[in-house]
Design a protein around this ligand. Structure first.
Ligand code: MMA
Ligand code: CA
Length: 285
């Protein structure tokens, strides 16, 4: 019995001892693993906290950059606004200058036209005076180029060929003459006698409607209008033609007529012996 008890006790003791040992082993393993886990966790935490720090500093840097960019943007916008206002100011100035220039140009053009008109009037007056002086000295001023007809102190060319008014004007200047200006019934009768076709003459109101101007710039003191003319028919008749009858009618300047009459001053010959006592004069050119 005692032996049995001793056996049982021994077995129990052995089992207890084994269990304690096993437990200790398990504890050791557990402690070891726990330590490993703790170490790993600590490492992870430090890594994560490092990452977090880096992330936070990155975020701050980005925020700073964003602020900087916003500032730059604002500056650029302000600059752009200023440039725009400068631009519009410059455009305004440019336009004003262009207007001034146009005005100056038209002014100087008008002045030039006025001066050249005055000059032409003067030249015409001098030419006429010259003829009168020569006549007073007893010269005959009736010499005309070939194919030109003389009447009083002028020569006339009766041109034929289809032309508009301006073309007729050029044709006369090509012949060193100008479209005819008519100043008396005698002159009109002479012309009527030599024309059988509607012909362009040197009268027009191109500048101011109703204000008729002769090519030689002398005033319209004599007229020979057809009854009811000038009527500016269709509001576009600014050039004058002489009908075959000799009467005048204002017509469309671009009408085609088949005849045109030019004039030029006749040249003066030497003074007649009866009135001259001086040296031998030279004929005028
Ligand atoms: C034409 C033309 C005018 C002129 C009238 C007269 C119809 O227009 O020659 O210049 O005044 O005739 O009736
Ligand atoms: Ca008319």
């Amino acid at each position: 019995m005692v032996v049995l008890w001793a056996g049982v006790m021994t077995l129990l003791f052995l089992w207890h001892w084994d269990t304690v040992r096993n437990l200790k082993q398990v504890e050791d393993v557990a402690a070891h693993s726990l330590k490993q886990v703790e170490d790993a966790a600590a490492q992870n935490v430090s890594l994560v906290s490092k990452d977090l720090q880096k992330y936070q500093s990155d975020q701050i840097a980005q925020k700073l950059q964003a602020i900087h960019m916003a500032q730059n943007m604002q500056e650029l916008q302000a600059e752009q606004k200023q440039m725009k206002s400068q631009d519009s100011h410059l455009a305004w100035n440019l336009q004003r200058m262009q207007e001034d220039l146009t005005q100056a140009k038209s002014l100087s053009l008008n002045e030039r036209r006025t001066v050249s008109n005055l000059l032409e009037n003067l030249q015409e007056a001098v030419r006429k005076l010259w003829v009168e002086i020569r006549m007073a000295k007893g010269s005959a001023c009736s010499t005309c180029p070939e194919q030109w007809l003389n009447f009083q102190q002028k020569c006339y060319y009766f041109g034929e060929g289809t032309k508009r008014w301006l073309q007729a004007r050029f044709a006369c200047s090509d012949l060193e003459g100008r479209l005819v200006s008519i100043h008396s019934q005698e002159e009109q009768d002479f012309l009527s006698k030599h024309t059988s076709k509607d012909s362009w003459i040197g009268l027009q109101d191109l500048d101011v409607e109703g204000d008729f101007v002769w090519m030689d710039r002398s005033p319209v003191s004599y007229s020979n209008w057809l009854r009811g003319e000038p009527n500016n028919s269709g509001l576009d008749e600014h050039c004058v033609m002489m009908r075959a009858s000799g009467h005048w009618n204002d017509v469309f300047c671009r009408s085609q007529l088949d005849a045109w009459v030019c004039e030029q001053l006749a040249t003066c010959g030497p003074p007649t012996p009866s009135t001259s006592g001086g040296p031998t004069p030279t004929p005028t050119p």
